[in-house]
Design a protein around this ligand. Structure first.
Ligand SMILES: Cc1cc2nc3c(=O)[nH]c(=O)nc-3n(C[C@H](O)[C@H](O)[C@H](O)COP(=O)(O)OP(=O)(O)OC[C@H]3O[C@@H](n4cnc5c(N)ncnc54)[C@H](O)[C@@H]3O)c2cc1C
Length: 471
C-alpha cells in the first residue's frame, strides 16, 4: 500500500470506529436501581453483571467513547495501536476470560533479538531480561529487590493499612528505601527508573506502603515487571470494553459528564446542567482525582474527601511510530530499549503479527514525561524520533504514522497508569477507599484488592461492587 493510501485507510478506520456509535436516550422520569458513572472496564463490567441480575441500570460516560483508560485505534488494514492499557499477563485471569468470551485472541509481545541498554551516553546490546550493568551492580540491585519482596509479602492484602508498621512505611518514600538498600549508584539509578516506569511517578513521591501493597496485590514484585507484560489483544484492549458495551448498549449514555450527585430523602438525583436522573444507588468508577468535578450534596464523609483530595494520577506519554517495515529486526534488534538518565526511557516492538508494518512504542514516565509535555507536539515528535534514530538507525526518523498521547491532558481521567496517595494518607484513610458512602458505591482499578492499577484490577473491582449491591 502507498503511504497516502495507508494514511487514508487509517483515517477511514478511525471515523467508522464502533465506539463512536450513540446509545438510546436516558429516561428522566424513571427511578433506576443503579446509575454507574464511567464506562471503563470497571463500570461496564459492573453494569453488565447488574443488568444480568435483573437490575434497571444506566451508565453515564463523560466522553464520546467507552473504554476509559483503554483506547485502541485501527491503523491501516491490519494494524492498530493501544493508546491506553495493552498488556495482560500472569494472573490476569478475568481479563483472559473476557478476551475469550468476546471472541478475541491474544499474541505475545515480540522479544526476539538484542535489546539496547543506554547508560552514560553509551549503547550496550544484550539478550533477555537483565541489562549489562556489571556483576556487582546487579547483585546490589537483586539484594534490594529481595528485601522489597520480603517486605511486600508481609503486607496485608485486604487491609494494607493494618499491616505491621503501616504508618512508618507510609511515611517513608520508596526512593529512600532504595537509597538505604542499594549502595551501587548505577544499580540505584536502574532500580529507581524501572520502578518509576511502572508507577509513572517519582519514587520520592510514592510511599513505601503503597509500593509494597501494589506489588503484593500483583502476586509478587516480579509479576509487576515482565510477567505482567506478556500478551496483547488483537485489535486492541478496548475491544474488551466494546464487547461489554455491546451487551448493554441501550443502557449506556455517552457524552454525559456527571457534575452533581444529590442524595434526596427517597432517591439520589444525578446529572449535569442539561439532564438529571433518579436512582436508588450510584457507583462511581471515575479516578478519584477527577471525582473533584462532581459536587456532592450532602458532602461526602470527611475521610472520603481527604482521599479524593490527596490522590494524584501518575504521568506518562505513550508514543507510537509506525514504519513500512520493522527495519530494526534486520540488525537483529528486538526494538526494546531502556535508557538511564534520558528523557525517552523505554521502548518495545509493538508490531502486529501478520502485518508487514513495524511499530515502535515508547513509554515516557514521571518527571521525564512532565518535561516532554512542555514541548509543542512537533518538537516532542522530533525529539522522540531523534532518540529512536540514535538507537535503531536513521530510518526511525521517517514513520508513516505517528501518535503520542498523555492521559494527563484528559479531564475525565487525569493521568496514568493509576492514582497514588500523598505519603502518609493511605495508612490513615485507606479503609475508606472502597467503603460505600451511604448509597454511593466505589469501584475502579485503584479500589481493587488484587492487581490495582491494572486492567485486571478494574474488572475485579467491577465484579466486587456489583456483588456489594446485590448482597
Ligand atoms: C497509557 C496507559 C497504559 C496502560 N498500560 C496498561 C497495561 O499494559 N496493562 C494493564 O493491565 N493496565 C494498563 N493500564 C491501566 C489500565 O488501563 C487501567 O487500570 C484500567 O483501564 C482502568 O479502568 P477503570 O474502569 O478503573 O477506570 P477508567 O478506565 O479510567 O474509567 C473511568 C471512566 O469514568 C469516566 N468519567 C470520569 N469522570 C466522569 C464524570 N464526571 N461523569 C461521567 N463519566 C466520568 C471516564 O471518562 C472513564 O471512561 C494503562 C493505562 C494507561 C493510561
Amino acid at each position: 500500500m502507498q503511504r497516502k493510501d495507508f494514511i487514508k485507510t487509517t483515517l477511514l478506520g478511525l471515523a467508522s470506529a464502533p465506539f463512536l456509535s450513540f446509545s438510546k436516550a436516558l429516561k428522566e422520569d424513571e427511578l433506576y436501581d443503579v446509575v454507574i458513572i464511567g464506562a471503563g472496564l470497571s463500570g461496564l463490567n459492573a453494569a453488565r453483571l447488574l443488568a444480568k441480575a435483573g437490575k434497571n441500570i444506566l451508565v453515564l460516560e463523560a466522553q464520546e467513547r467507552v473504554g476509559g483508560r483503554t483506547w485502541s485505534q485501527k491503523i491501516g488494514q491490519n494494524d492498530f495501536i493501544d493508546i491506553g492499557g495493552q498488556w495482560i499477563g500472569n494472573g490476569h485471569e478475568q481479563m483472559y476470560k473476557l478476551v475469550s468470551e468476546a471472541g478475541l485472541r491474544t499474541f505475545p509481545t515480540f522479544t526476539e533479538g538484542k535489546n539496547i541498554f543506554r547508560l552514560d551516553g553509551t549503547n550496550d546490546k544484550y539478550k533477555g531480561d537483565t541489562p549489562p550493568l556489571g556483576m556487582f551492580a546487579l547483585l546490589s540491585a537483586q539484594k534490594a529487590l529481595n528485601r522489597f519482596e520480603e517486605a511486600s509479602s508481609k503486607i496485608s492484602l485486604d487491609a494494607p493499612w493494618l499491616s505491621d508498621n503501616a504508618y512508618e512505611l507510609d511515611n517513608q518514600s520508596l526512593g529512600s528505601f532504595i537509597d538505604e538498600n542499594i549502595t551501587n549508584s548505577k544499580a540505584r539509578k536502574l532500580v529507581k527508573q524501572s520502578l518509576e516506569a511502572e508507577l509513572c511517578k517519582s519514587v520520592e513521591d510514592v510511599s513505601l506502603l503503597q509500593a509494597l501493597s501494589a506489588a503484593r496485590a500483583a502476586g509478587s514484585f516480579k509479576e509487576t515487571g515482565s510477567g505482567a507484560l506478556r500478551d496483547r489483544i488483537f485489535g486492541g484492549a478496548q475491544g474488551v470494553c466494546n464487547f461489554l458495551y455491546s451487551q448493554i448498549k441501550n443502557s449506556v449514555k455517552l457524552n454525559s459528564p456527571v457534575s452533581f450527585v444529590n442524595q434526596m430523602e427517597n432517591h439520589i438525583l444525578i446529572g449535569n446542567d442539561n439532564f438529571s436522573v433518579k436512582t436508588k444507588k450510584v457507583i462511581i468508577t471515575a479516578p478519584l482525582p477527577v471525582v473533584k468535578n462532581i459536587k456532592f450534596t450532602p458532602a461526602l464523609p470527611t475521610e472520603k474527601q481527604i482521599l479524593i483530595d490527596s490522590m494524584e494520577m501518575g504521568t506518562v506519554i505513550k508514543c507510537h511510530a509506525v514504519y513500512d517495515k520493522p527495519f530494526w529486526r534486520d540488525a537483529k534488534l528486538s526494538g526494546s530499549m531502556f535508557c538511564i538518565d534520558e528523557l525517552v526511557e523505554l521502548s518495545v516492538d509493538n508490531s502486529v503479527p501478520g502485518s508487514d508494518k513495524g511499530i515502535i512504542t515508547s513509554l515516557i514516565s514521571a518527571d521525564r514525561a512532565k518535561s516532554l509535555l512542555k514541548l509543542s507536539e512537533q518538537e516532542r515528535k522530533e525529539f522522540i524520533l531523534r532518540t529512536y534514530a540514535n538507537l535503531f538507525g536513521e530510518q526511525a526518523l521517517s514513520p508513516i504514522f505517528y501518535n503520542d498521547y498523555s492521559f494527563t491532558n484528559n479531564p475525565w481521567i487525569g493521568g496514568a497508569y493509576s492514582g497514588h496517595f500523598k505519603n502518609g494518607v493511605f495508612s490513615k484513610y485507606g479503609e475508606y477507599l472502597a467503603k460505600p458512602s451511604g448509597n454511593i458505591h466505589w469501584a475502579g482499578t485503584e479500589t481493587s484488592t488484587f492487581f490495582k492499577g491494572y486492567m485486571e484490577g478494574a474488572v475485579l473491582s467491577g465484579e466486587r461492587v456489583a456483588k456489594e449491591i446485590l448482597m
